[in-house]
Design a protein around this ligand. Structure first.
Ligand SMILES: Cc1cc2nc3c(=O)[nH]c(=O)nc-3n(C[C@H](O)[C@H](O)[C@H](O)COP(=O)(O)O)c2cc1C
Length: 540
């Protein structure tokens, strides 16, 4: 256990709390001159245009959460391209008052998109085995290195399934440009959203994404070539994770890579010069320090057993899973009237519980460690009030003991770990603790994600990132669930940390609120015009 690292990480967390009287440190204004380019490209690397899907996979929305080997597609350029389009591609362009900006399948705090994706592909029908960077703007793969085709025999022996590797990295500057020191948190939320999106989109092609939890940050940097790349100052990509995307969803997959293969990646020649994102960057030192301290070491492979399927499924729109994924958006305001039914509400909560063979949580990030403190405003057949939803059994005792002693802890439905804490109108309170954002009080419900904190990070400081990833994965599921039930969600990274803890009665850092989310009936902004995601590639 590295006590020093633990203390520094706790220091970062404390220093980046927003308080009612003081926000975490940031520039305090938008430096538009230096707004970072949200798209990285590797200049000089061979760029391979990917085809866009002619037809979306036909699976219905609920099939997203079931595994069906019959849908397994071969690994080909067109299927890998389709998977990228439905996980990290563009979802639309918006325009208003003379400016235009793109949205993506994966959400991102402030639409700043710090997450980059890299693929290590075996030889496919028309492209060679190599390390590629995915450029979602152009929907291209930028070839960074050739990988000897023979390595895939070794990979095949190691994993005992066909597959490819996919890595995620973060460019902290993209978020810190706007959010200053708190940005490291947001980058990690975004990784979680992207990981969930990857796991769910992979399932549409009959593939499974398994998180390689044994690998260190250093090894991931080697495999992705990030440690050999000369990045512009403060614009480096920090390695986050590597997944094996594979056939054979029931297979027992190792969670690391053979040493010889990693040593091989260190000898590859990586090409392409990363583009410069801003003319000038600000060095938010605490972010880079915390990134170092939460860098993962090598750890033994861990496997997690989750309970079988839960089975509360309120009826959803008949849209395909892909249609729901494509139309996921963040609500910017709610109508202040619309409700959801209790069945819809329970079904959304249920989807956030990790289940065996159920994406996205069967990517097996970690033991579930995040729970939901719910501000219920308008859920039919349920009293408005404060509720709590446990995503595992073993935190129930400690949380109940450290929470306010006058809470009711009244079970809502037999067999579901949902409890009424206190009846009442919490609309104002929900708004207040979410940085006074109206969307937290004007929807059907909003929530704070309460994570087991101190004990996890004390032993393994890298869990700080994992906890944020887990909250992002929960957020991604809630976004899609909201869309499928005809309402809309929004992730909320801006909240007053300790004000939330005060509502719960939490007095120390054994549990901390890490992310908020809200769901309700959206009001569209009539000033915005929408264009199709890849209209700019029409002539390709
Ligand atoms: C981690 C995270 C934090 C966010 N925080 C807020 C927030 O505090 N307030 C808000 O209105 N939107 C918030 N959003 C929504 C983003 O602004 C939104 O995802 C982004 O503008 C892209 O739009 P889209 O989700 O419709 O694609 C957050 C999103 C994420 C992923």
């Amino acid at each position: 256990m590295d006590h020093q690292a633990f203390q520094e990480v706790v220091h970062y967390h404390e220093a980046t709390k927003h308080h009612l009287h003081r926000y975490a440190k940031s520039l305090g204004y938008m430096d538009w001159q230096n707004q970072p380019n949200p798209f990285r490209s590797y200049e000089g690397a061979v760029s391979i245009p990917l085809p866009l899907l002619k037809e979306d996979p036909p699976a219905g929305y609920l099939e997203l959460y079931q595994r069906d080997e019959r849908q397994t597609q071969p690994f080909q350029v067109k299927t890998v391209a389709g998977f990228l389009e439905l996980s990290l591609g563009l979802s639309a362009w918006k325009a208003a008052a003379g400016s235009q900006w793109s949205l993506r399948i994966n959400p991102s705090s402030g639409n700043l998109h710090p997450t980059e994706a890299h693929l290590i592909l075996p030889p496919l029908d028309s492209i060679a085995s190599g390390v590629y960077h995915y450029n979602p703007l152009m929907h291209t793969l930028e070839k960074r290195a050739e990988v000897p085709a023979e390595w895939w025999q070794e990979m095949g022996r190691h994993f005992d399934t066909h597959g490819f590797l996919m890595g995620l990295s973060s460019i902290f500057w993209r978020e810190s440009w706007k959010y200053g020191e708190r940005a490291f948190r947001y980058c990690n939320h975004d990784v979680g959203h992207a990981l969930a999106g990857i796991s769910l989109a992979a399932n549409l092609f009959g593939w499974k994404a398994t998180y390689l939890n044994g690998l260190s940050h250093a090894k991931i940097a080697t495999v992705l070539g990030l440690d050999q790349t000369r990045f512009p100052h403060l614009e480096a990509e920090d390695p986050e994770l590597l997944c094996w995307i594979h056939h054979g969803s029931g297979m027992d997959i190792p969670r690391s890579l053979p040493e010889e293969i990693i040593a091989g990646f260190a000898t590859l020649e990586f090409t392409g010069q990363p583009n410069t994102l801003s003319r000038e960057c600000v060095n938010w030192e605490i972010i880079y320090k915390t990134a170092r301290l939460t860098g993962k070491p090598d750890t033994p492979d861990r496997k997690y057993d989750f309970a079988p399927s839960g089975g509360i499924n309120a009826a959803v729109a008949s849209s395909s899973a892909a249609a729901i994924i494509r139309r996921r958006r963040s609500a910017t305001s709610f109508d202040g009237r619309g409700a959801v039914t209790s069945n819809q509400f329970l079904s959304m909560l249920e989807k956030t519980i990790p289940r065996q063979d159920c994406p996205p949580f069967d990517a097996e990030l970690m033991e579930p460690s995040v729970h939901l403190l719910l501000f219920v405003h308008r859920v039919r057949e349920m009293a408005p009030g404060l509720y709590f939803f446990f995503r595992n059994d073993h935190d129930a005792g400690p949380i109940k003991r450290s929470a306010r002693s006058d809470f009711l802890w009244k079970p809502v439905l037999e067999g579901l770990p949902l409890y009424l804490l206190e009846e009442g109108d919490f609309r104002h309170e929900a708004m207040r603790v979410s940085c006074h954002q109206e969307i937290a009080g004007s929807g059907a419900f909003s929530l704070g994600m309460i994570a087991k904190f101190r004990d996890l990070i004390q032993h393994e400081p890298y869990r700080y990132r994992h906890l944020y990833w887990e909250t992002g994965m929960i957020g991604q599921v809630l976004y899609l669930e909201a869309e499928a039930h005809g309402v809309r969600g929004t992730g909320i990274g801006c909240f007053f940390d300790d004000a939330v803890h005060a509502i719960m009665g939490l007095k120390d850092n054994h549990y901390q609120s890490l992310y908020h989310f809200t769901i309700g009936h959206p009001v569209e902004d009539p000033r915005l015009t929408t264009y199709p995601p890849y209209h700019h590639l029409q002539n390709r």
